[in-house]
Design a protein around this ligand. Structure first.
Ligand code: ZN
Length: 658
């Protein structure tokens, strides 16, 4: 599970040139560069390991494009051909609009927005596209007329992910995990697989596309020699090199991953995860595979992602304290004692520095990760959590002096607390969310998980967020030395509630409701606490000079409300109470107040801040002498377009249609 950046939290500070951190801006996106501090100080062996794993992380990019939508690679390649061969005026309106569209496609790994899932509306004309396709001699397995229809007809494939209650979510989602099948058929297919009771079930359907062939449902497995085989072979090639220089236990972990990529057998994936989750000693670590299921409307198929990291030793002192107190946190959680975990196992939490982002982590990346996702492995072996410090640092640097706080935070004391404690509060909330929140609690006897259907992700993120919010305001935090004052919690509470009730709406188009799981979860928590504390004015909407503000009047009561809500959300998960989960999400997490929405967007966009951020990667180069690797050099390219074209040329292994 990944935690998304709370990119809408501003941070006032001295005005410093933004250009050093922001390398490109277009539409609602800013592209930031990140640094990899201490890379130079790694041992030569670790540097080489990072290099090989980074290559493997870049090789799956096409897989994600194809997973997101069947025609994404076709469209990306057609546009790239025009972009590179175009001989006309590159400042002409149509070309500029096409360039912006292509930048968005690169960013989203497809033609649907990475966060809202809506198809992009092109601002260049169909006629221009047709004329340039001919002039630039675009080669494509799909006729350009058909490509144009997909790009320009808003009624075709309008959303990547449709989870509206009552629709056929499989048929109405453009994501390429199913073809020729409807939701009922998919549900029946997997219900049958999961029917026999297995305490250690594999994640059925995780690594395949489900299609109908000759009237029969068949899984096309993503593995060497299978679907996406050409890209997976390249990934294996670099993993083998990494294996050759890695030390145990990482060496064995890489070998297990290669075995899984070769077999496509989900039991091999479990074996890999079990080995991976128990490795708490390797300095270099990585994720590479089909991991998160947020993009599947049924929460079953996983998107490909990759990243490479190493331990940030200094920052790990913080998470060590959290992990050492994991059992205390579980024992004192404000939930029904029956749903507490009697013995918390394998909580390991680290702060890491990422050196490469790939697939679903690129260019937009989570700022924290908790894996593996399989419930039974988490229960028996624990889970591993990381928070990514160099990414949050880059976000904060890029947000300096952008005017956000002044515009949206009413009270000076809140602004001061956010400025002083904002980064620490965010970091601690992420740590608690990832290393304790997701891993906490247990299911009631007889409940197997998966009962919450399409509400699973939202409710799970809600649970983890509430766990973090609740404990951030607990005196225990001061007692164990993580913070010196509960003002840190106040900073987080004020910004979280403001974001959930108001400012995150800037990310949503007018007329739309909230769709994305993390956004729904934040809205749901804020709205629920607002309503439950209404009689006592715990949270208040204040109007001043025609502007709306959200303020927290009673932090202690809010702390209690977080606990109350955690108790209920844990109950829903533990009992698999689908109806209650659905009611909670639909009532508090989805519907947007259109007047407030409009106001937030106007004020937000007047600041010229893009609500979404993503990153360009550093580049690594082997330094060789007499055929021997003697060093690995890192550099920081600052051109988004060049990096994307470079990846499309050198790390593109799949045919346009798969
Ligand atoms: Zn999470």
């Amino acid at each position: 599970m990944g935690i998304m950046a709370m990119a809408l939290v501003g941070c006032k500070s001295e005005t410093k040139s933004e250009t050093a951190w922001i390398v490109d801006r277009f539409d609602d996106i800013k592209v930031i560069r990140y640094e990899v501090p201490e890379f130079e100080k790694l041992s030569l062996n670790d540097k080489v390991l990072v290099y090989y794993l980074a290559e493997a992380a870049k090789c799956g990019r096409d897989i994600l494009f194809d997973q997101n939508f069947k025609y994404n690679l076709t469209i990306r390649r057609a546009l790239e051909q025009i972009y590179e061969r175009y001989e006309g005026d590159r400042t002409a309106a149509d070309f500029v609009a096409m360039e912006k569209y292509l930048k968005k496609v690169w960013f989203a790994n497809g033609i649907h927005h990475h966060y809202s899932n809506d198809k992009f509306a092109p601002e260049f004309s169909r006629e221009w596209f047709m004329a340039q396709s001919e002039a630039c001699k675009v080669e494509s397995p799909v006729a350009v007329e058909e490509i144009a229809e997909i790009i320009f007809n808003p009624a075709l494939y309008p959303t990547k992910l449709n989870q509206t209650a009552g629709v056929d979510m499989v048929k109405e989602s453009a994501v390429n995990f199913y073809e020729g099948v409807n939701e009922a058929e998919v549900q029946a297919f997997y219900a049958k697989m999961a029917a026999k009771h297995d305490p250690r079930p594999v994640s059925y359907g995780l690594n395949s596309k489900l299609v109908k062939e000759n009237g029969k449902l068949v899984e096309k497995v993503w593995k060497e020699g299978g679907m996406y085989g050409a890209a997976i072979e390249q990934i294996i090639h670099w993993l083998e090199k990494a294996e050759s220089v890695a030390e145990e236990p990482l060496k064995d972990i890489i070998a297990k991953l290669i075995k899984y990529y070769r077999s496509g057998d989900l039991r091999d994936f479990d074996a890999y995860n079990i080995a991976w989750v128990q490795d708490t000693v390797s300095n270099v670590d990585f994720v590479n595979g089909f991991i998160e299921d947020y993009s599947d409307p049924l929460g079953r198929k996983a998107s490909w992602e990759g990243n490479v990291s190493f331990v940030d030793k200094a920052a790990c002192e913080r998470t060590k304290i959290i992990a050492a107190n994991a059992q205390w946190f579980e024992d004192n959680s404000p939930i029904n004692p029956a749903y507490r975990k009697p013995v918390v196992k394998g909580v390991s939490a680290k702060v890491i520095t990422v050196a490469m982002l790939g697939g679903d982590c690129y260019p937009a990346t989570p700022i924290g990760i908790n894996l593996p996702n399989a419930d039974w492995i988490r229960k028996e072996y624990g889970s591993k959590s990381v928070t990514i410090d160099n990414i949050t640092y880059a976000y904060k640097q890029a947000a300096r002096g952008n005017g956000f706080s002044e515009e949206f935070v009413l009270r000076a004391e809140d602004r001061a607390r956010m400025e002083q404690y904002g980064k620490l509060a965010d970091d601690l909330h992420t740590d608690l969310h990832e290393c304790l929140g997701h891993g906490s609690g247990q299911l009631a006897p007889g409940v197997r998980g998966g009962e919450l259907g399409s509400y699973t992700s939202t409710l799970e993120e809600t649970r983890a967020d509430l766990f973090g919010l609740y404990y951030l305001g607990d005196p225990k935090m001061v007692e164990i030395g993580l913070i010196t004052s509960l003002d840190v919690a106040k900073a987080q509470y004020a910004s979280y509630i403001m974001n959930g009730l108001m400012t995150q709406l800037a990310r949503i188009e007018l007329g739309k409701n909230v769709e994305e799981a993390h956004m729904r979860n934040r809205k749901m928590i804020a709205e629920w606490c607002f309503e439950k504390g209404k009689a006592d004015n715990v949270i208040e909407f204040v109007k001043e000079n025609g502007k709306t503000y959200v303020v927290v009047n009673d932090f202690e009561r809010l702390h209690t409300l977080f606990g109350d809500m955690l108790r209920e959300v844990q109950r829903i998960k533990s009992e698999g109470d689908y109806e209650a989960g659905k009611a909670l999400v639909e009532q508090y997490g989805v519907k947007v107040d259109s007047t407030l929405h409009k106001e937030v967007r106007e004020r937000y966009y007047a600041l010229n801040i893009e609500p979404y951020g993503g990153f360009v990667n550093p580049e690594f180069e082997l330094v060789e002498e007499d055929g021997k690797i003697v060093d690995v050099k890192i550099s920081y390219p600052a051109n988004y377009v060049e990096q994307m074209l470079h990846y499309s040329k050198d790390y593109s292994f799949l045919p346009s249609l798969n």
